[in-house]
Design a protein around this ligand. Structure first.
Ligand code: F6P
Length: 357
Protein backbone atom coordinates (compact mmCIF):
# COMPACT_ATOMS: atom_id res chain seq x y z
CA UNK A 1 0.00 0.00 0.00
CA UNK A 2 1.36 3.41 -0.99
CA UNK A 3 -0.13 6.87 -0.46
CA UNK A 4 1.26 9.39 -2.91
CA UNK A 5 0.37 13.05 -3.31
CA UNK A 6 0.78 15.17 -6.43
CA UNK A 7 1.52 18.88 -6.11
CA UNK A 8 1.86 21.49 -8.87
CA UNK A 9 3.47 24.77 -7.88
CA UNK A 10 4.45 28.13 -9.38
CA UNK A 11 3.30 29.42 -12.77
CA UNK A 12 1.25 26.88 -14.69
CA UNK A 13 2.21 25.58 -18.11
CA UNK A 14 0.74 23.46 -20.86
CA UNK A 15 1.73 19.95 -19.87
CA UNK A 16 1.37 19.72 -16.10
CA UNK A 17 -1.66 17.47 -16.56
CA UNK A 18 0.19 15.29 -19.05
CA UNK A 19 2.96 14.82 -16.47
CA UNK A 20 0.55 13.95 -13.65
CA UNK A 21 -1.18 11.49 -15.98
CA UNK A 22 2.22 9.84 -16.61
CA UNK A 23 2.85 9.52 -12.86
CA UNK A 24 -0.65 8.30 -11.99
CA UNK A 25 -1.11 5.82 -14.84
CA UNK A 26 2.25 4.23 -14.07
CA UNK A 27 1.46 3.91 -10.35
CA UNK A 28 -2.05 2.52 -10.94
CA UNK A 29 -0.65 0.04 -13.51
CA UNK A 30 2.16 -1.12 -11.22
CA UNK A 31 0.33 -1.44 -7.91
CA UNK A 32 -3.11 -2.67 -6.87
CA UNK A 33 -3.20 -0.72 -3.67
CA UNK A 34 -2.02 2.78 -4.35
CA UNK A 35 -3.88 5.89 -3.25
CA UNK A 36 -3.16 9.13 -5.07
CA UNK A 37 -4.03 12.51 -3.58
CA UNK A 38 -3.99 15.92 -5.24
CA UNK A 39 -2.69 18.73 -3.02
CA UNK A 40 -4.74 21.76 -4.03
CA UNK A 41 -3.14 25.00 -5.23
CA UNK A 42 0.51 24.13 -4.75
CA UNK A 43 2.37 24.42 -1.44
CA UNK A 44 -0.57 26.47 -0.14
CA UNK A 45 -2.62 23.26 -0.04
CA UNK A 46 0.12 21.44 1.85
CA UNK A 47 0.41 24.31 4.34
CA UNK A 48 -3.33 24.52 5.02
CA UNK A 49 -4.17 20.84 4.54
CA UNK A 50 -6.28 21.22 1.40
CA UNK A 51 -6.24 18.13 -0.77
CA UNK A 52 -8.51 15.62 -2.47
CA UNK A 53 -8.35 11.93 -3.15
CA UNK A 54 -7.97 11.31 -6.88
CA UNK A 55 -9.56 8.51 -8.90
CA UNK A 56 -8.00 6.79 -11.92
CA UNK A 57 -10.68 8.47 -14.08
CA UNK A 58 -9.38 11.92 -13.02
CA UNK A 59 -6.30 11.22 -15.12
CA UNK A 60 -8.17 10.22 -18.28
CA UNK A 61 -8.64 12.77 -21.05
CA UNK A 62 -6.10 15.22 -19.60
CA UNK A 63 -3.10 14.53 -21.84
CA UNK A 64 -3.96 17.46 -24.07
CA UNK A 65 -5.46 19.72 -21.42
CA UNK A 66 -3.46 22.82 -20.44
CA UNK A 67 -3.26 24.22 -16.90
CA UNK A 68 -3.39 21.93 -13.87
CA UNK A 69 -6.38 19.97 -12.62
CA UNK A 70 -5.26 20.43 -8.98
CA UNK A 71 -4.52 24.17 -9.15
CA UNK A 72 -1.32 26.03 -8.40
CA UNK A 73 -0.06 29.12 -6.61
CA UNK A 74 3.15 31.01 -6.01
CA UNK A 75 4.57 30.57 -2.49
CA UNK A 76 7.96 32.36 -2.52
CA UNK A 77 10.77 30.23 -1.10
CA UNK A 78 12.24 33.19 0.78
CA UNK A 79 9.02 33.39 2.85
CA UNK A 80 8.77 29.66 3.56
CA UNK A 81 10.80 29.84 6.76
CA UNK A 82 9.25 33.14 7.85
CA UNK A 83 6.55 32.78 10.51
CA UNK A 84 3.49 34.65 9.18
CA UNK A 85 1.41 37.28 11.03
CA UNK A 86 -0.94 34.66 12.49
CA UNK A 87 2.04 32.76 13.94
CA UNK A 88 1.92 30.00 11.32
CA UNK A 89 5.15 28.08 10.77
CA UNK A 90 4.71 26.99 7.15
CA UNK A 91 7.42 24.34 7.14
CA UNK A 92 6.08 22.79 10.33
CA UNK A 93 2.55 22.88 8.90
CA UNK A 94 3.64 21.16 5.66
CA UNK A 95 5.41 18.42 7.62
CA UNK A 96 2.42 17.96 9.89
CA UNK A 97 -0.01 17.63 6.97
CA UNK A 98 2.32 15.19 5.19
CA UNK A 99 2.34 13.06 8.35
CA UNK A 100 -1.41 13.45 8.90
CA UNK A 101 -2.06 12.25 5.35
CA UNK A 102 0.28 9.29 6.02
CA UNK A 103 2.06 9.93 2.74
CA UNK A 104 4.85 7.76 1.38
CA UNK A 105 5.97 10.43 -1.08
CA UNK A 106 5.16 13.80 -2.58
CA UNK A 107 5.56 14.14 -6.34
CA UNK A 108 6.14 17.81 -7.02
CA UNK A 109 6.04 19.52 -10.39
CA UNK A 110 7.50 22.99 -10.55
CA UNK A 111 10.19 25.46 -11.50
CA UNK A 112 13.14 26.97 -9.66
CA UNK A 113 11.41 28.31 -6.55
CA UNK A 114 9.42 25.09 -6.27
CA UNK A 115 12.63 23.05 -6.36
CA UNK A 116 14.16 25.10 -3.55
CA UNK A 117 11.15 24.31 -1.35
CA UNK A 118 11.12 20.66 -2.49
CA UNK A 119 14.74 20.38 -1.40
CA UNK A 120 13.92 22.04 1.91
CA UNK A 121 11.18 19.45 2.50
CA UNK A 122 13.68 16.71 1.64
CA UNK A 123 16.12 18.17 4.17
CA UNK A 124 13.27 18.15 6.69
CA UNK A 125 12.91 14.41 6.17
CA UNK A 126 9.99 14.16 3.73
CA UNK A 127 10.12 11.81 0.74
CA UNK A 128 10.06 13.94 -2.39
CA UNK A 129 10.39 13.31 -6.12
CA UNK A 130 10.10 16.14 -8.65
CA UNK A 131 9.62 16.85 -12.36
CA UNK A 132 11.02 19.96 -14.09
CA UNK A 133 8.22 22.27 -15.16
CA UNK A 134 8.51 25.76 -16.61
CA UNK A 135 8.09 27.57 -19.88
CA UNK A 136 11.38 29.32 -19.03
CA UNK A 137 13.56 26.18 -19.48
CA UNK A 138 15.88 27.48 -16.79
CA UNK A 139 16.06 24.51 -14.42
CA UNK A 140 19.58 23.29 -13.81
CA UNK A 141 20.20 19.57 -14.41
CA UNK A 142 17.78 18.97 -17.29
CA UNK A 143 18.27 19.72 -20.98
CA UNK A 144 14.60 20.59 -21.31
CA UNK A 145 11.73 21.49 -19.03
CA UNK A 146 8.18 20.56 -19.98
CA UNK A 147 6.11 23.55 -21.06
CA UNK A 148 9.03 25.21 -22.84
CA UNK A 149 8.39 23.93 -26.36
CA UNK A 150 4.65 24.64 -26.18
CA UNK A 151 5.34 28.20 -25.04
CA UNK A 152 7.97 28.67 -27.76
CA UNK A 153 5.31 27.62 -30.30
CA UNK A 154 3.00 30.38 -29.08
CA UNK A 155 5.72 33.05 -28.98
CA UNK A 156 6.85 31.97 -32.46
CA UNK A 157 3.31 32.20 -33.75
CA UNK A 158 3.01 35.72 -32.28
CA UNK A 159 6.17 36.83 -34.14
CA UNK A 160 4.98 35.06 -37.33
CA UNK A 161 1.74 37.03 -37.21
CA UNK A 162 3.64 40.27 -36.69
CA UNK A 163 5.78 39.41 -39.72
CA UNK A 164 2.88 39.58 -42.14
CA UNK A 165 1.59 42.88 -40.83
CA UNK A 166 5.12 44.29 -40.56
CA UNK A 167 5.67 43.57 -44.24
CA UNK A 168 2.59 45.59 -45.13
CA UNK A 169 3.32 48.58 -42.94
CA UNK A 170 7.04 49.20 -42.83
CA UNK A 171 7.46 49.79 -39.11
CA UNK A 172 9.64 48.55 -36.27
CA UNK A 173 7.84 45.86 -34.28
CA UNK A 174 8.80 44.56 -30.87
CA UNK A 175 7.46 41.28 -29.49
CA UNK A 176 8.17 40.79 -25.80
CA UNK A 177 8.70 37.16 -24.83
CA UNK A 178 8.40 35.66 -21.32
CA UNK A 179 11.21 33.73 -19.67
CA UNK A 180 11.90 35.56 -16.43
CA UNK A 181 15.71 35.89 -16.05
CA UNK A 182 16.49 33.42 -18.85
CA UNK A 183 16.50 34.07 -22.58
CA UNK A 184 15.73 30.55 -23.82
CA UNK A 185 12.22 31.29 -25.05
CA UNK A 186 13.18 34.53 -26.77
CA UNK A 187 16.20 32.91 -28.41
CA UNK A 188 14.24 29.94 -29.75
CA UNK A 189 11.11 31.86 -30.79
CA UNK A 190 13.27 34.63 -32.27
CA UNK A 191 15.25 32.23 -34.43
CA UNK A 192 12.15 30.16 -35.34
CA UNK A 193 10.22 33.21 -36.48
CA UNK A 194 13.11 35.02 -38.20
CA UNK A 195 13.43 38.00 -35.86
CA UNK A 196 16.04 40.54 -37.01
CA UNK A 197 17.15 41.53 -33.53
CA UNK A 198 17.05 39.37 -30.38
CA UNK A 199 17.66 40.86 -26.94
CA UNK A 200 18.36 38.44 -24.09
CA UNK A 201 19.05 38.94 -20.37
CA UNK A 202 22.31 37.02 -20.81
CA UNK A 203 23.64 39.40 -23.50
CA UNK A 204 23.26 43.01 -22.31
CA UNK A 205 22.47 45.28 -25.24
CA UNK A 206 23.84 48.60 -26.39
CA UNK A 207 20.91 50.59 -27.78
CA UNK A 208 23.18 52.21 -30.40
CA UNK A 209 24.04 48.75 -31.77
CA UNK A 210 20.32 47.96 -31.97
CA UNK A 211 19.64 51.25 -33.73
CA UNK A 212 22.46 50.73 -36.24
CA UNK A 213 21.11 47.24 -37.04
CA UNK A 214 17.72 48.82 -37.80
CA UNK A 215 19.32 51.61 -39.84
CA UNK A 216 21.38 49.16 -41.84
CA UNK A 217 18.18 47.26 -42.72
CA UNK A 218 16.57 50.52 -43.87
CA UNK A 219 19.64 51.26 -46.06
CA UNK A 220 19.29 47.77 -47.58
CA UNK A 221 15.74 48.69 -48.57
CA UNK A 222 14.07 46.49 -45.95
CA UNK A 223 10.68 47.91 -45.00
CA UNK A 224 10.51 46.63 -41.44
CA UNK A 225 12.49 45.25 -38.53
CA UNK A 226 11.28 42.80 -35.92
CA UNK A 227 12.76 42.59 -32.46
CA UNK A 228 12.22 39.64 -30.11
CA UNK A 229 12.87 41.13 -26.69
CA UNK A 230 13.06 38.99 -23.55
CA UNK A 231 11.06 40.37 -20.63
CA UNK A 232 14.33 40.26 -18.68
CA UNK A 233 16.47 41.99 -21.36
CA UNK A 234 18.91 44.49 -19.90
CA UNK A 235 21.10 47.27 -21.29
CA UNK A 236 24.89 47.20 -20.85
CA UNK A 237 24.59 50.30 -18.72
CA UNK A 238 22.04 48.70 -16.37
CA UNK A 239 23.92 45.40 -16.25
CA UNK A 240 26.89 47.31 -14.81
CA UNK A 241 24.80 48.57 -11.86
CA UNK A 242 24.82 46.79 -8.49
CA UNK A 243 21.83 44.42 -8.34
CA UNK A 244 19.97 46.40 -5.67
CA UNK A 245 20.32 49.64 -7.60
CA UNK A 246 19.09 48.00 -10.80
CA UNK A 247 16.04 46.55 -8.99
CA UNK A 248 15.20 50.01 -7.68
CA UNK A 249 15.65 51.51 -11.15
CA UNK A 250 13.34 48.85 -12.63
CA UNK A 251 10.65 49.66 -10.07
CA UNK A 252 10.85 53.35 -10.92
CA UNK A 253 10.97 52.79 -14.71
CA UNK A 254 8.19 54.84 -16.30
CA UNK A 255 7.28 52.02 -18.70
CA UNK A 256 5.10 48.93 -18.27
CA UNK A 257 8.02 46.71 -19.31
CA UNK A 258 11.47 46.73 -20.91
CA UNK A 259 10.10 46.60 -24.49
CA UNK A 260 8.49 50.00 -24.07
CA UNK A 261 11.82 51.47 -22.95
CA UNK A 262 13.62 49.91 -25.93
CA UNK A 263 10.81 51.10 -28.24
CA UNK A 264 10.95 54.68 -26.96
CA UNK A 265 14.73 54.83 -27.39
CA UNK A 266 14.55 53.43 -30.94
CA UNK A 267 11.79 55.90 -31.83
CA UNK A 268 13.81 58.85 -30.53
CA UNK A 269 16.97 57.76 -32.32
CA UNK A 270 15.47 56.70 -35.67
CA UNK A 271 12.16 58.52 -36.00
CA UNK A 272 10.64 55.13 -36.96
CA UNK A 273 7.11 54.21 -36.00
CA UNK A 274 7.20 51.52 -33.29
CA UNK A 275 4.58 48.94 -32.31
CA UNK A 276 4.87 46.68 -29.29
CA UNK A 277 3.16 43.32 -28.73
CA UNK A 278 3.24 41.50 -25.39
CA UNK A 279 1.71 38.01 -25.71
CA UNK A 280 2.18 37.61 -21.92
CA UNK A 281 0.33 34.73 -20.31
CA UNK A 282 -1.01 33.42 -23.62
CA UNK A 283 2.45 31.82 -23.73
CA UNK A 284 1.50 29.54 -20.84
CA UNK A 285 -1.92 28.72 -22.21
CA UNK A 286 -3.63 26.26 -24.50
CA UNK A 287 -2.76 22.66 -25.11
CA UNK A 288 0.73 21.13 -24.93
CA UNK A 289 2.56 20.53 -28.19
CA UNK A 290 3.38 16.89 -29.08
CA UNK A 291 7.01 17.26 -27.92
CA UNK A 292 5.87 18.33 -24.45
CA UNK A 293 3.28 15.56 -24.30
CA UNK A 294 6.08 13.07 -24.95
CA UNK A 295 8.63 14.43 -22.45
CA UNK A 296 5.93 14.99 -19.83
CA UNK A 297 4.80 11.41 -20.19
CA UNK A 298 8.38 10.14 -19.98
CA UNK A 299 9.20 12.32 -16.96
CA UNK A 300 5.96 11.31 -15.25
CA UNK A 301 6.68 7.61 -15.76
CA UNK A 302 10.23 8.12 -14.47
CA UNK A 303 8.98 9.96 -11.37
CA UNK A 304 6.55 7.12 -10.65
CA UNK A 305 9.36 4.59 -11.05
CA UNK A 306 11.47 6.53 -8.55
CA UNK A 307 8.53 6.32 -6.12
CA UNK A 308 8.13 2.58 -6.74
CA UNK A 309 11.85 2.03 -6.12
CA UNK A 310 11.64 4.32 -3.07
CA UNK A 311 14.45 6.35 -4.59
CA UNK A 312 13.51 9.67 -3.02
CA UNK A 313 15.13 13.11 -3.19
CA UNK A 314 15.54 13.22 -6.97
CA UNK A 315 14.28 15.20 -9.95
CA UNK A 316 13.45 13.18 -13.07
CA UNK A 317 15.48 14.99 -15.73
CA UNK A 318 16.08 14.81 -19.46
CA UNK A 319 19.75 14.59 -20.41
CA UNK A 320 20.93 13.59 -23.90
CA UNK A 321 17.42 12.26 -24.62
CA UNK A 322 17.54 9.87 -21.67
CA UNK A 323 15.55 10.32 -18.48
CA UNK A 324 17.83 10.23 -15.45
CA UNK A 325 17.46 11.03 -11.73
CA UNK A 326 19.34 14.14 -10.57
CA UNK A 327 19.74 14.76 -6.81
CA UNK A 328 17.55 17.61 -5.59
CA UNK A 329 20.38 19.21 -3.65
CA UNK A 330 22.23 19.65 -6.97
CA UNK A 331 19.22 21.27 -8.66
CA UNK A 332 17.99 23.62 -5.93
CA UNK A 333 19.19 27.21 -6.09
CA UNK A 334 20.89 27.00 -9.49
CA UNK A 335 19.71 28.62 -12.71
CA UNK A 336 20.33 27.34 -16.24
CA UNK A 337 20.73 30.36 -18.49
CA UNK A 338 21.81 30.87 -22.10
CA UNK A 339 25.58 30.84 -22.57
CA UNK A 340 26.43 33.89 -24.74
CA UNK A 341 29.29 31.81 -26.22
CA UNK A 342 27.04 28.87 -27.16
CA UNK A 343 27.06 27.68 -30.75
CA UNK A 344 23.36 28.55 -31.21
CA UNK A 345 24.23 32.23 -30.57
CA UNK A 346 27.14 32.05 -33.05
CA UNK A 347 24.86 30.41 -35.64
CA UNK A 348 22.22 33.11 -35.16
CA UNK A 349 24.87 35.82 -35.50
CA UNK A 350 26.19 34.12 -38.67
CA UNK A 351 22.72 34.67 -40.17
CA UNK A 352 22.97 38.37 -39.39
CA UNK A 353 20.72 38.40 -36.30
CA UNK A 354 21.76 41.28 -34.05
CA UNK A 355 21.95 40.67 -30.29
CA UNK A 356 22.76 44.30 -29.53
CA UNK A 357 26.23 43.45 -28.20
O1 F6P B 1 8.08 31.21 -14.76
C1 F6P B 1 7.10 31.28 -15.73
C2 F6P B 1 6.71 32.70 -15.99
O2 F6P B 1 5.68 32.71 -16.96
C3 F6P B 1 7.83 33.63 -16.38
O3 F6P B 1 8.20 33.49 -17.72
C4 F6P B 1 7.25 34.97 -16.03
O4 F6P B 1 8.25 35.90 -15.74
C5 F6P B 1 6.43 34.67 -14.81
O5 F6P B 1 6.16 33.28 -14.83
C6 F6P B 1 5.12 35.41 -14.70
O6 F6P B 1 4.58 35.12 -13.46
P1 F6P B 1 3.08 35.35 -13.03
O7 F6P B 1 2.23 34.34 -13.71
O8 F6P B 1 3.12 35.19 -11.55
O9 F6P B 1 2.72 36.74 -13.48
Amino acid sequence: MKRIALLTSGGDCQSLNATMRGVAKTLYQSMDNVEIYGILDGYKGLIYGNYKKMKPSDFSGILTQGGTIIGTSRQPFKLMKVIDDSGLDKVKAMKANYKKMKLDCLVIMGGNGTHKTANLLREEGLNVVTCPKTIDNDIWGTDMTFGFQSAVDIATNAIDCIHTTAASHGRVFIVEVMGHKAGWMTLHAGIAAGADIILLPEIPYDIDKVVSAIQSRIEQGKRFSILAVAEGAISKEDAALPKKQYKKKLKEMPYPSISYKVGKEIEEKTGQEIRITVPGHTQRGGEPCPYDRVISTRLGVAAANLVLKEQYGFMAALQNNEIIPVPLEEVAGKLKTVNPEASIIKEAKALGICFGD
